[in-house]
Design a protein. Sequence first.
Length: 231
Amino acid sequence: MRNTVPSLFAAVVGKDPSLPFLTFYDDATGERTELSGATLANWVSKTANLLVDGCGLGPGDVAAVRLPAHWQTAAILLGAWTAGLSVAYGEPTAAADVEFASLAVAERGAETGAAGTASGAADRYVLGLAPMGLPMRGGVPTGWADYVAEVRQFGDHYPGPVGGEGTGELVERARALALPGGRLLVDAVTHPDPVQWLVGPLAAGASIVLSVNSDPEKLAARAAAEQAVPI
């Protein structure tokens, strides 16, 4: 029985790493980004190596993740769990050892003189969430590093050990959703929790079409074009 999020991810990707695993739509920008299982696994490995080799973290440490539903958020969550960290998602006052935040969150902290948030994290990474995973243009808020620029320096393979032992409760919640397998279209407007848009499909052995800032009038056609079942 696969009882960790990393093992669920490995099982889905292992079927055929070349197949599309996560297709991301943003109706506010018109972005469509498609990642194969192998490509997302590469980002996950780089993130785990960043946390372990770059930050010196591992089991017992906490990553605060203050990001919206996004394919880069999936890479960070899966990378943190793979490295054995616990994740505090969307908890602004959670104490943490490392923090990942959107540019808007980081800038709000800079404006108030908080240098970010109350997490107390020694390492803070900001994400511009640009199309194609491009590094940020312009300056990075004081006290933060550009996640994309930093993570690219780390290895494409994570040697392990693979963690995730603390994700059993997430897996149970995901299985309770009883989602179908195959390919699922998830509207993040109505399903913002990563258990719904990421772990739930993994537990069902499904690939993901993730839609953010969704135009309701486009969802039916998108599901048909992607041969995905809306949830």
